[in-house]
Design a protein around this ligand. Structure first.
Ligand code: PMP
Length: 359
């Protein structure tokens, strides 16, 4: 029996995708092979990778002057790979600090350049996105880095920051494909796949062509965007099986009506949960209303002594992975694309019942 899995990532995948992968496990489309067993340079796998890229481009309306790369190393890898690829002859990069993942990006970038923290939400314990008017950007910065959805804090940008000629770089790990985005407003978009896209091990990078000439000479070839773009992301062996599953997820998103339709569902799912959180004193979400994440909803019970009982009861009711990140405690419900509305409804019902029993 499958559970409702509220994990922040690796996370729930569409059941249809898992079933299809299972059906194709031993023999993909009459090839007599599993995708896992295919050469990444063979025509079968090339067709899988090409289709995945084309579908992603269509889903996100990625303009032709952007490359889409399927790499390894995860978003933490990209935290180092971004400065290596973008610094060129500049020495300063601007970072906006909205929480745990921003902090990690900043820490890593400091190994390669001077980091100017242009704005920080630390003053209110990372519960909001600092207004653009408060950002202190550097004139000659190589780029401006943001984390557009803080997976741990549950803070999401509902707007795109304007950064003029300085390229905007966004870690979108935990909300890529959950909403329509205007790719052209970004220089680089990156993210690990293991939330809305597929299995861990695949990293997506969407980079504007004119930014491919800035890599530092020390950049490893496997992480050199221009070299990888020239090699169609096959300078090294790409994470083939993860790309295949991502491709199935892209197909699934298309079948759901595309990103706009998925976004509508995500808005409705998040509303169910936040509306309830706003009606009760028993649970609390600390994030400023306008900056709440549609994907990751952290909340605390009014007395943490009840946490264990809450999690135990949730598990008995078929809902798992609701424990909050160890750095913040409490609970967190991650409600990615593949979480059906029934999962959120059941969670809210359970929260109400639990409140009635313990409130
Ligand atoms: N950035 C964000 C926003 C994340 O949610 C995560 C993973 N939870 C990371 C970066 C790190 O990703 P990875 O572990 O794949 O390197």
């Amino acid at each position: 029996m499958r559970v409702f899995n509220f994990s922040a990532g690796p996370a729930v995948l569409p059941e249809e995708v898992l079933r299809k992968a299972a059906a194709e496990m031993l023999d993909w489309h009459g090839s007599g092979m599993s995708v896992m067993e295919m050469s990444h340079r063979g025509k079968e796998f090339i067709s899988i990778a090409d289709r995945a890229e084309a579908d992603l481009r269509a889903l996100l309306a990625i303009p032709d002057n952007y490359k889409v790369l399927f790499l390894q190393g995860g978003a933490i890898g990209e935290n180092a790979i971004v400065p290596m690829n973008l610094l060129g002859d500049r020495s300063v990069a601007d970072y906006v600090n909205t929480g745990e993942w921003s902090k990690k990006s900043i820490k890593e970038a400091k190994k390669y350049c001077t980091v100017n923290v242009a704005a920080s939400a630390e003053d209110r314990n990372f519960t909001y996105v600092p207004a653009r008017t408060t950002w202190k950007l550097t004139k000659d910065a190589a780029y401006v880095h943001v984390c557009t959805n803080e997976t741990i804090g549950g803070v999401e940008y509902q707007w795109v920051p304007e950064t003029g000629v300085v390229p905007l770089v966004a870690d979108m790990s935990s909300h890529l494909l959950s909403r329509a985005i205007e790719v052209a407003k970004y220089g680089v978009i990156y993210g690990g796949a293991q939330k809305n896209i597929g299995p861990a091990g695949l990293t997506l990078v969407i980079v504007r062509d004119d930014l491919l000439d800035r890599a530092l000479p020390i950049t490893p070839s496997a992480f050199h965007w221009k070299e990888q773009a020239a090699a169609d992301s096959m300078l090294n062996t790409p994470p083939t099986y993860a790309i295949y599953i991502a491709g199935l997820v892209f197909e699934w998103v298309r079948e759901q009506g595309g990103v706009a339709a998925i976004e509508k569902k995500n808005i409705a799912k998040a509303k169910l949960l936040y509306d309830y959180l706003d009606r009760t004193e028993f649970y609390r979400n600390p994030v400023a209303r306008e900056d709440r994440s549609r994907m990751n909803v952290p909340f605390k019970l009014h007395d943490e002594i009840l946490d264990e009982a809450f999690l135990k009861g949730a598990k008995a009711a078929g809902m798992v992975q609701l424990k909050g990140h160890r750095s913040v405690g409490g609970m967190r419900a991650s409600i990615y694309n593949a979480m059906p509305v029934e999962g959120v409804t059941r969670l809210v019902q359970y929260m109400q019942d639990f409140e009635r029993q313990h409130g």
